[in-house]
Design a protein around this ligand. Structure first.
Ligand code: ADP
Ligand code: MG
Length: 728
C-alpha cells in the first residue's frame, strides 16, 4: 500500500470549495425558521392553551394531559408542513454529547395508517437507555430511565439530507428519579438562583418577580482536512495529535489571530452558521484565533438553559457540516502540543424580568448598592467554593490546557479590573460604614462612586480564570468540548446559596433595628474582607502567582482525579442538599462517572500510543535504518574510508538510541497499564492512570518526535504538523 500520508496530502491539496446556498442575505428573514418558537406556538395553539404553555415556561406551572395533547398536535401539524416524518426526545446524557432516539409519527390503525403524536409522547418517553453512564445508580431491576419534556427550551427541526426530525429537548432521569444528564440539575440550579436573586432584589425593587441567568458562550475550535485526520489514528481515537513535532513555524509570528479567514474555512463557517441560524442559535461573531487553523464563533447571549442547549446543538452541527467540506472539526482542548489549545468562555450574568442586568454598575449610588450586592456575593460564592468550581471544569483533555501557559491556571482567582478593585478597597476601609451612620443620607458617602466603565476598556487580562468584564463575569477555564452545564450548574448553585445566606444575615441586622441599606452595606463589607484572598489582578501564568497563591492558601489542583474530590466533600454535599439540586447518591454517581471517563480516555490514548508506535512508527524507522545500512555497506564496498561512512553511521546510531528508548518505554507502559487495569476503586485507578501510565507519554512522544525529524520524509507515515496546520 502506498503511504496513506502521501495520499492524504494530495487529497487535501486538491479540495474544491463547495458551493454554499445562502438561505437569504437577510438573516432576520429565516432566523429560527426551524424552531417551534413563541410566534408559531401562538399561531398553532388555542389562546387558552398558549397562555397555559407560557405559564409553564415562565413560572414552571404544570400542564395537564389535555393541554399536552393539544400542544403535541400543534407541533406535529407545524412539523409535518415542513416535511418532518419522525420525532425524538433530545437529551444530554453524561457522555458529553447529545442523544436521540427517533420514532416515526406513522402508526397503523383500524382505518388505515395515520400520523400521530400524542401528548403523552411529547411529555415523556422511556428510552431503553441502560447503557448510558449512570455511575451505579441504575441497577438492572430498575434499568429503565425516562426522558421528560423541558418546555422552557423550544422544540426544533433537525434537517439531514435523508430526512427531517422534530426534536423535543428533555431531561433524562432514572426510574427512581435521579438525574442521569446535564440538564436536570441545571434546571434546578437555575430555579434556585431565580428564587434567591428575586428575594434579594426585593430589598431594592419590589417589581422584580423573576431573575434569569444569562449566558453567552464563545466557542473555540480547530479545523483539519478530513483525509489528513483520517491518516492519524491518534486523532481519530483521542481527538488530539498524541505524536508530532511542532512545525518550524507555529504561532510565533502572531499572524493568524484576527487575520483574513481562508476561503475554504469561510465557506464552512457560512454553511454551519446558516444551519445554526435556522435553529434559532443567534451566532454573531466569527474570527481566526491565535493558533494556526484555530477559529472561534460566538452567539449573542441568551437565557442560560437555552444558551447551553444551543451550544450543544452547535457543536453537533459543526461536526456534521464539517463533513460536507471535508473538514474535521476538533473540539478537543489541546489537539496540538506547542500551540494554544481551545476553550469555551462562559459569559454569565443575572437579568431581571424588569430588564435590569444585576451585574451592570448603575449610575446612582442606590443602584450601585444593588450592583455591589450581586457583584460581591458572586465573588464571595466563588471564594467559598473555588474547589468545586475547579472540579466542574476538570476533564482529561482540559488537564492539558489548564496551567499550560496559555490558558488560565488551575488556581481559581477572580480578576476585577483596577477600578472595581479600588471600589471594593474603598468600601472595606470606609468610615461611614464602620461608624454605623445614623442618618441614611450619610451612608451614601460610604459608597464610592463607580465610574461608568467603558466596556471596551475592561479586562484584557486573559490570564484569569474568572474575570469581570464590565457587565458580566467570564468563566474562561471551561474546556472547548465540555457541556457548559457542568460548570454553570455549580456557578448558579453557589451564587444562589450565597445570596440565601446574605439575605439571612441582612435580615438579622434589620431585625436588630439596623436600617436596611446600612445592614446591606455592612454585610457587603464583611464579605469583601472575607473573600479578599481570591482577587488577583496580575499575570495568572507566572510562577510568582503560583507561589503567591500557595501563600494565600488557594488550591492549585493540577489533575482531574484529585480535583474531582470536591464533588463529594461534606461541604458540597451540604450545599446541594440545602438547595435540593443533587442528592448524595447523585453526587457519588457523577463522581464515579467522571473518574471512569478520565481513566477510560487515558486507557484509549495509551493503547493508541502503543499501536501507532509498534505498527507505524517503528516499521518506518527500521525501513529507513535499513536504507542507511545498505548505504554504509555500499560505501565500504567501493572502498571508501571511515571518514566517509561516519555520517551515515552516526545517523544509524542516533536512530538506534531513540528507537531503543521508544520501544522500551512503550513496553514498560504496557506492563504498567496491565497492573493498573486490575485496580477496582475508580478514584485509585484514575490516579494510577495519571501517575503510573500517563507519565510515560512524554518520553514516548519525545523519542518518536525526534525520529520524525530524522527519518526520510517520504517514509514517515503520520501527516506532519505543517500539513495538519498549514494546508489551506
Ligand atoms: P470577548 O472576546 O471580548 O470576550 P465576544 O464578543 O467574543 O467578546 O464575546 C462576548 C460574549 O459575551 C458574547 O457571547 C456576548 O453575547 C456575551 N455577553 C455580553 N453581555 C452579556 C451578559 N450580560 N450576560 C451574558 N453574556 C453576555
Ligand atoms: Mg471573552
Amino acid at each position: 500500500m502506498k503511504n496513506l500520508r502521501t495520499i492524504a496530502v494530495k487529497e487535501a491539496q486538491n479540495r474544491i470549495i463547495p458551493e454554499i446556498k445562502l438561505n437569504s442575505t437577510k438573516i432576520s428573514s429565516f432566523f429560527g425558521s426551524n424552531v417551534f418558537d413563541r410566534k408559531k406556538m401562538k399561531e398553532y395553539l388555542s389562546k387558552d392553551v398558549f397562555q397555559k404553555l407560557m405559564s409553564a415556561i415562565n413560572h414552571g406551572e404544570v400542564l395537564n394531559q389535555e393541554d399536552a395533547n393539544q400542544i403535541a398536535a400543534a407541533m406535529k401539524a407545524w412539523a409535518m408542513e415542513k416535511g418532518v416524518t419522525h420525532y425524538t426526545h433530545w437529551f444530554q446524557p453524561l457522555t458529553g454529547s447529545t442523544a436521540e432516539k427517533h420514532d416515526s409519527f406513522f402508526e397503523p390503525s383500524g382505518d388505515g395508517p395515520i400520523e400521530v403524536f400524542a401528548g403523552s409522547a411529547l411529555v415523556q418517553q422511556e428510552p431503553d437507555a441502560s447503557s448510558f453512564p449512570n455511575g451505579g445508580i441504575r441497577n438492572t431491576f430498575e434499568a429503565r430511565g425516562y426522558t421528560a419534556w423541558d418546555p422552557t427550551s423550544p422544540a426544533f427541526i433537525m434537517e439531514n439530507k435523508a430526512g427531517k426530525t422534530l426534536c423535543i429537548p428533555t431531561v433524562f432521569v432514572s426510574y427512581t428519579g435521579e438525574a442521569l444528564d446535564y440538564k436536570a440539575p441545571l434546571l434546578k440550579a437555575v430555579a434556585a438562583i431565580d428564587k434567591a436573586a428575586v428575594e434579594v432584589c426585593q430589598y431594592f425593587d419590589k417589581g422584580v418577580t423573576k431573575v434569569n441567568a444569562s449566558l453567552g458562550i464563545e466557542q473555540e475550535y480547530f479545523l483539519v482536512d478530513l483525509a489528513l485526520y483520517n491518516a492519524r489514528p491518534d486523532m481519530v481515537f483521542a481527538g488530539r495529535a498524541i505524536f508530532g513535532r511542532m512545525s518550524a513555524k507555529g504561532q510565533q509570528l502572531e499572524d493568524h489571530y484576527f487575520g483574513s479567514i481562508p476561503e475554504r474555512v469561510f465557506a464552512y463557517m457560512v454553511d454551519f452558521e446558516n444551519e445554526a441560524l435556522k435553529l434559532g442559535i443567534p451566532l454573531k461573531t466569527r474570527h481566526n484565533e491565535v493558533a494556526p487553523s484555530q477559529f472561534e464563533c460566538a452567539p449573542i447571549y441568551e437565557e442560560i438553559n437555552l444558551a447551553i442547549d444551543h451550544n450543544q446543538l452547535l457543536m453537533d452541527l459543526m461536526e456534521k457540516v464539517a463533513r460536507r467540506h471535508n473538514f474535521k472539526v476538533l473540539l478537543h482542548e489541546k489537539p496540538y502540543a506547542g500551540i494554544n489549545g481551545s476553550g469555551k468562555h462562559n459569559n454569565w450574568s443575572l437579568i431581571t424580568d424588569t430588564g435590569k442586568n444585576l451585574l451592570a454598575p448603575g449610575k446612582t449610588p442606590k443602584n450601585n448598592l444593588m450592583f455591589l450586592t450581586f457583584f460581591v456575593n458572586t465573588i464571595k460564592a466563588v471564594h467559598e467554593h473555588a474547589d468545586l468550581l475547579r472540579a466542574s471544569i476538570a476533564s482529561v483533555s482540559n488537564d492539558h490546557r489548564l496551567g499550560a501557559n496559555e490558558a488560565p491556571p488551575a488556581i481559581i482567582s477572580i480578576f476585577l479590573g483596577s477600578q472595581l478593585n479600588d471600589v471594593l478597597d474603598e468600601i472595606e476601609s470606609s468610615r461611614a460604614i464602620i461608624n454605623k451612620v445614623k442618618k441614611e443620607d450619610n451612608l451614601w458617602l460610604g459608597i464610592p462612586k463607580i465610574p461608568q466603565i467603558a466596556l471596551d476598556n475592561t479586562d484584557r487580562n486573559r490570564t484569569s480564570p474568572f474575570a469581570f468584564t464590565g457587565n458580566k463575569f467570564e468563566l474562561r477555564a471551561v474546556g472547548s468540548s465540555a457541556n457548559s452545564s457542568a460548570s454553570m450548574t455549580i456557578l448558579n448553585a453557589i451564587v444562589a446559596d450565597q445570596l440565601n445566606k446574605f439575605k439571612v444575615e441582612v435580615d438579622k441586622l434589620i431585625k436588630k433595628g439596623e436600617k436596611k441599606d446600612v445592614a446591606i452595606l455592612t454585610i457587603i463589607r464583611k464579605y469583601i474582607k472575607e473573600s479578599k484572598n481570591i482577587r488577583f489582578e496580575g499575570n495568572g501564568y507566572s510562577d510568582e502567582w503560583a507561589a503567591e497563591a500557595q501563600g494565600r492558601g488557594l488550591s492549585n489542583i493540577k489533575t482531574t482525579p484529585k480535583a474531582l474530590d470536591a464533588y463529594v466533600s461534606e461541604k458540597t454535599m451540604d450545599l446541594f442538599s440545602t438547595l435540593n439540586i443533587f442528592s448524595k447518591r447523585e453526587l457519588h454517581a457523577r463522581h464515579e462517572i467522571m473518574l471512569e471517563n478520565f481513566y477510560k480516555k487515558l486507557q484509549i490514548e495509551a493503547r493508541v500510543m502503543g499501536d501507532v508506535t509498534n505498527s507505524q512508527i517503528i516499521p518506518a524507522v527500521i525501513e529507513y535504518q535499513n536504507k542507511l545500512i545498505e548505504n554504509v555497506k555500499g560505501l565500504k564496498e567501493i572502498g571508501l574510508n571511515n571518514d566517509v561512512i561516519a555520517a551515515p553511521l552516526s545517523i544509524i546510531n542516533k536512530i538506534s538510541d531513540y528507537l531503543g528508548v521508544l520501544k522500551n518505554t512503550v513496553d514498560t507502559m504496557l506492563e504498567e497499564r496491565k497492573k493498573v487495569n486490575k485496580i477496582e476503586d475508580s478514584r485509585e485507578k484514575a490516579i494510577a492512570y495519571d501517575e503510573k501510565v500517563k507519565v510515560y507519554f512524554d518520553t514516548i512522544r519525545y523519542n518518536a518526535d525526534k525520529l520524525e525529524q530524522i527519518v526520510d520524509d517520504s517514509i514517515w507515515p503520520l501527516p506532519k504538523f505543517r500539513e495538519l496546520l498549514f494546508l489551506k
